[in-house]
Design a protein around this ligand. Structure first.
Ligand code: B16
Ligand code: MG
Length: 214
C-alpha cells in the first residue's frame, strides 16, 4: 500500500444523517402513488443514487409502465420535499467529534475530500457550515455512475491530485465499501459498514480515525 495522504468521506451516514429526510420524502411520493414503502425498503436506498432509488421503490409499483419523463418528474417531486427538510439543517447537525476530527486530520497533513452520490451535497455542506473542511468535493453532480461504481471516489482522488492507493474512503454503506474497493482505495467502514465483510478497516466511531494506525 502507498503512503496514505488523504481521506475521502461519504456524506450521508458519515458526516451527517439525512436518512430520515430521504425516508419521509420518498414515503410521501410512494403513498400518493399507492406503492408500499417502508423503513426496510428505505434501507436499501442508502448510498445509491436518486434514480436508482426510485427504481427500487418502483419494484412494488403495479400500474402501467412509466416513461423516463414521468420517472424524472417523480424524482423532482421527491427532491423538492427532501430539500425542504434540508433547509432546516444547521451547523448543530454536525457533531463536535466530526468537526474536530476533520480539523485534526488536516493539521496532521492529510488532505480531505467528500465523495457523495448526492446531488444535494454542496447544499447540505453549506447548511451545516462545513464546506471549508474539504480540499475537494466530488458528488452526484460530477458523476454518471452511482456507487457501487467507484467513479465518485476516483473523481475525488483526481480533484486532490492523488492516486486511489494514496487515499482511504470512509463509508457507512455496503455500496460505498464496494465502490472504494473496486477503485483501489483503502476502505474504512463505520457504523453498519464496520460489520460488512469486505471492509478493509472497521471503525466504531469517527474519532477512531485519529487513533488507527494508517
Ligand atoms: P440525492 P451519500 C446518498 O448520499 C444517500 O445515501 C442516498 O440515500 C441518496 O439516494 C443519494 O445520496 C442521492 O442523493 O437525491 O440528494 O442526489 O451516502 O453518497 O453521501
Ligand atoms: Mg452514506
Amino acid at each position: 500500500m502507498s503512503e496514505l495522504k488523504a481521506f475521502i468521506f461519504d456524506l450521508d451516514g458519515v458526516i451527517v444523517f439525512t436518512d430520515r429526510f430521504h425516508y419521509l420524502a420518498w414515503k410521501k411520493m410512494a403513498d400518493e402513488l399507492g406503492i408500499h414503502f417502508d423503513e426496510e425498503i428505505n434501507h436499501r436506498l442508502r448510498g445509491v443514487g436518486r434514480m436508482e432509488s426510485l427504481e427500487i421503490i418502483l419494484e412494488r409499483y403495479e400500474g402501467e409502465p412509466l416513461s423516463d419523463e414521468k420517472k424524472h418528474e417523480f424524482c423532482t417531486y421527491k427532491n423538492d420535499i427532501y430539500r425542504e427538510y434540508l433547509s432546516t439543517m444547521t451547523p448543530d447537525d454536525v457533531s463536535d467529534d466530526v468537526r474536530s476530527t476533520l480539523a485534526e486530520l488536516r493539521a496532521r497533513g492529510y488532505k480531505t475530500a467528500l465523495g457523495s452520490s448526492s446531488k444535494n451535497a454542496k447544499y447540505i455542506l453549506e447548511q451545516i457550515g462545513l464546506t471549508d473542511a474539504f480540499d475537494a468535493i466530488s458528488d452526484g453532480t460530477n458523476i454518471t455512475r452511482s456507487k457501487p461504481d467507484p467513479e465518485v471516489f476516483i473523481k475525488a482522488a483526481e480533484f486532490l491530485g492523488l492516486e486511489p492507493s494514496e487515499c482511504a474512503v470512509v463509508e457507512d454503506a455496503a455500496a460505498g465499501i464496494d465502490a472504494a474497493n473496486a477503485g483501489g482505495f483503502t476502505s474504512i467502514g463505520i457504523y453498519e459498514a464496520a460489520k460488512y465483510g469486505r471492509t478493509d478497516i472497521p471503525i466504531e466511531k469517527f474519532t477512531n480515525l485519529l487513533t488507527s494506525p494508517f
